[in-house]
Design a protein around this ligand. Structure first.
Ligand code: GRF
Length: 206
């Protein structure tokens, strides 16, 4: 019998290179999952075009009146949209708004995010620039379960990237993204294969 595919809903606000890496891995048969829809809070975000290019339903949903989060009404619409499409895992791929209680409670331990630093260092915006300005010798990226705090939540996987003396924010971000495109699909594969287990705040991988 065919293994059931995990239904994924992806949320993003930008160029969607992480979405692309997930699409490519699903297409290559490496992840037992199906991308049910891609939702964006930005009408013309390239992530929506990438979805359409691959025959994935691409939906713009207005975020409401706030800048850094969804308002309550919008949050209800996002959750409904995901539930209507049977999403079992919500993947944040460059989604530039914080999720609040109602959203998080609708998908308990079923929302993941990728952040461009080795958390808990350098939470927030332009984490690669924060790392460069601080002068660390290594930074990287983190995939974690989403909880109420900004860029907090149990860590599932991290990848380390060296910081070079002549790095600019752009070159460092590019190097981090190369690793993002490896670990995000890998984490989704592990979740789809039911190989992650949350023990307290620690994620065990079997
Ligand atoms: C990535 O750097 C990710 O770590 C952060 O937002 C960026 C999204 O990039 N959360 P992309 O839209 O997937 O190219």
């Amino acid at each position: 019998m065919e293994k059931p595919l995990l239904k994924i809903g992806v949320l993003g606000s930008g160029k969607g290179s992480n979405l692309q890496s997930i699409i490519d891995n699903v297409a290559a048969g490496k992840i037992p999952a199906r991308i049910a829809c891609v939702i964006s809070d930005v009408t013309d975000a390239y992530i929506l075009e990438r979805a359409r290019n691959h025959g994935i339903e691409a939906i713009y949903l207005p975020p409401g009146r706030y800048k850094t989060r969804l308002d309550k009404e919008a949050e209800t619409k996002y959750v409904k949209c995901l539930k209507d499409r049977g999403a079992e895992l919500v993947v944040l791929a460059g989604f530039m708004r914080m999720l609040k209680e109602d959203f998080i409670n609708a998908f308990p331990n079923r929302i993941i995010n990728i952040h461009p630093s080795l958390l808990p260092a350098f939470r927030g915006l332009e984490a690669w620039k924060q790392a460069l300005d601080y002068g660390v010798k290594h930074t990287g990226c983190t995939v974690h379960f989403v909880e109420l705090g900004m860029d907090t939540g149990p860590i599932i996987m991290q990848a380390v990237v060296p910081v070079e003396d002549d790095d600019t924010p752009e070159t460092l971000h590019q190097r981090i993204q190369v690793e993002e495109h490896k670990i995000y699909p890998e984490v989704i594969r592990l979740i789809a294969e039911k190989r992650t287990e949350l023990v307290g705040r620690k994620v065990r991988i079997r």
